[in-house]
Ligand binder design. Structure first.
Ligand code: DHB
Ligand code: MG
Length: 230
């Protein structure tokens, strides 16, 4: 399933393009702790983390929302974008959240990353209420990487608390190509990915594309959306 060429290419390009020794050290330490604590090995790849960081740089993001923290690997990439960026990251599993807090603190970003423990179904509406009440700033960038059946709920709630031209990215929508395989349509994660793609396509609030990717994390891809100006 995973082609060794994909991993070799990730290793080659990362050696040349992901050369921040301090950040790499923090990320390696985070992965080591995450594995030692028996969390699943499903964080984004280093190249994908850098991609998310470049998107934040491009839009000058200051307020970032992440749904699905796991061990905080992508949270560290996002926090490392700039000293001005603040990340709110939501994690349903208390153990995962505790490991993420350790990883984020060891990387030096505890003061700019807020880990909220709770189900996205509960936490996102609370965040929305706070944004609507003026208690929280709107978000410029959202990364949705949690339980896939709730993709559309997270996306729809995120749009409501984003500024115009914010970017919202949904991870893992391609699912090894099962996204377009009728035999997999009953899989709740495939169904959740298809639901968010189909509803985003009809949603006048956003523009979108889905990009297939290969690499050390095999064959998958992200749904990439931008909140319209008007
Ligand atoms: C799965 C979830 C992820 O967020 C990911 O990056 C890879 C796989 C999964 O649920 O299988
Ligand atoms: Mg993911």
């Amino acid at each position: 399933e995973k082609d060794p060429r994909w991993t070799a290419v990730d290793e080659y390009v990362n050696a040349n393009l992901l050369a921040d020794a301090k950040l790499n050290g923090a990320l390696e330490e985070a992965l080591k702790r995450t594995r030692a604590q028996r969390l699943p090995d499903i964080a984004v790849s280093a190249a994908q983390g850098k991609f998310l960081q470049l998107q934040c740089k491009l839009i000058g993001a200051r307020n970032v929302l992440e749904v699905g923290t796991l061990g905080g690997y992508s949270s560290i990439f996002l926090a490392a974008t700039s000293p001005e960026i603040r990340v709110v990251t939501v994690e349903v599993n208390e153990h995962h959240a505790a490991v993420a807090r350790e990883n984020i603190a060891a990387a030096g970003y505890a003061d700019r990353v807020e880990v909220i423990v709770g189900a996205g179904r509960d936490v996102l509406p609370e965040l929305l209420a706070n944004v609507n009440a003026g208690k929280r700033e709107k978000f410029d960038f959202v990364f949705i990487d949690a339980d896939k059946p709730n993709n559309w709920f997270y996306f729809d709630t995120a749009v409501k608390m984003c500024r115009p031209r914010a970017q919202i990215i949904v991870d893992n929508v391609i699912r090894g190509g099962r996204l377009a395989n009728p035999e997999a349509f009953e899989d709740p994660s495939v169904a959740g990915s298809r639901e968010v793609i189909e509803k985003v396509g009809r949603d006048p609030r956003v523009d979108a594309v889905a990009l297939q990717t290969v690499g050390e994390k095999s064959y998958d891809g992200m749904l990439i959306t931008v909140v319209k100006d008007t």
